[in-house]
Write a protein that binds this ligand. Structure first.
Ligand SMILES: [Zn+2]
Ligand SMILES: [Zn+2]
Length: 297
């Protein structure tokens, strides 16, 4: 699996001197696995990924996995050029939230008069999957499009036929509708994406179980502990973690590497470097996500 970071910032994009080393775009991570492209979230980082698609040329196909529908995770969608190419094929998957299926969410997000585009303007062929915890997505060997399967279905594909398995867990630590975590597994390697989640005392035990033994855990680490409960407006309860909360999960789950993600747009390169160094005292295999970084797992 090759993991590439196109957007690592939370809440909103930022561009200013002193923010260039880690980058200012919001959440978007490309995972290339078994020749297939999986995209985690559609923040403004997705616009840079569009440039990559066009440089490489067709076929334009990928699977876009959405954690939830806050603006910072969707802001790149309308500007992702490959979605407007008729010969392209994208699978989009995301949780049911606020009573809305994924198609209903996209209709609402692109509603008039807020958007220049409607879903139908995006000419690519689109397969939409609304996810719940009873689902997983699987790529069978030789297939480039994932299948949605019920984890309890008797006719599930046999394990030996599955090349990539994507499991999901609903995270409860994000207002108001939670968030969806993803675990991508391929040939004994695994990646867990757990952004936009606030830690629990003693560590989020559901997430600890879900992330058990992962090779890489990408975890929200937005606020330094001092800011989390500090003046003037403490962000406790806003649904984001401190690096210590991410470390709690990583250590209890026994993950091999931890990626601190969804950086506070108020944190410049200096602040993020300090946060990364401090976290490495607890878990040396920790790094802060930065745009342009590639990690092989
Ligand atoms: Zn966010
Ligand atoms: Zn959010």
């Amino acid at each position: 699996m090759i993991v590439e970071f196109f957007g690592v910032r939370g809440s909103h994009a930022v561009t200013a001197p002193g923010f260039q080393a880690f980058g200012g775009n919001t959440s978007c991570v490309l995972v290339t696995v078994g020749g297939r492209r999986l995209i985690l979230d559609a923040g403004t980082g997705l616009i840079g990924l569009a440039r990559r698609f066009f440089q490489q040329g067709p076929p334009f196909d990928a699977t876009l996995l959405l954690s939830h529908y806050h603006h910072d995770h969707l802001a790149g969608l309308s500007y992702f050029g490959p979605l407007f190419v008729p010969s392209a094929h994208f699978t989009l998957a995301g949780p049911r939230m606020g009573g809305l299926s994924l198609p209903q969410v996209l209709d609402a997000y692109l509603a008039q008069p807020f958007s220049p585009f409607q879903p139908d303007d995006m000419a690519a062929r689109k397969s939409l999957h609304t996810l719940s915890e009873r689902h997983e997505l699987v790529f069978l060997t030789g297939e480039t499009t994932p299948r949605l399967v019920e984890t309890t279905a008797l006719d599930r594909p046999p394990p030996e036929a599955v090349d990539v398995r994507i499991r999901v867990l609903t995270g409860l630590g994000h207002p108001r509708n939670g968030v969806m975590f993803y675990r991508i597994e391929h040939e004994g390697r695994s990646l867990v994406y757990a952004t936009d989640t606030e830690g629990f005392a003693g560590g989020d035990q559901r997430l600890v179980r879900f992330a058990q033994g992962a090779d890489l855990l990408i975890h929200d680490a937005m606020y330094q502990a001092s800011k989390y409960v500090g003046a003037p407006v403490p962000p406790q309860g806003w649904g984001h973690s401190t690096p210590e909360m991410a470390l709690d999960v990583a250590q209890q789950a026994g993950v091999r590497r931890l990626c601190l993600f969804h950086h506070d747009p108020a944190n410049d390169d200096e602040a993020l470097s300090a946060l990364e160094i401090a976290a490495r005292h607890r878990l040396p295999e920790t790094f802060a996500a930065r745009e342009g970084l590639t990690v092989e797992i």
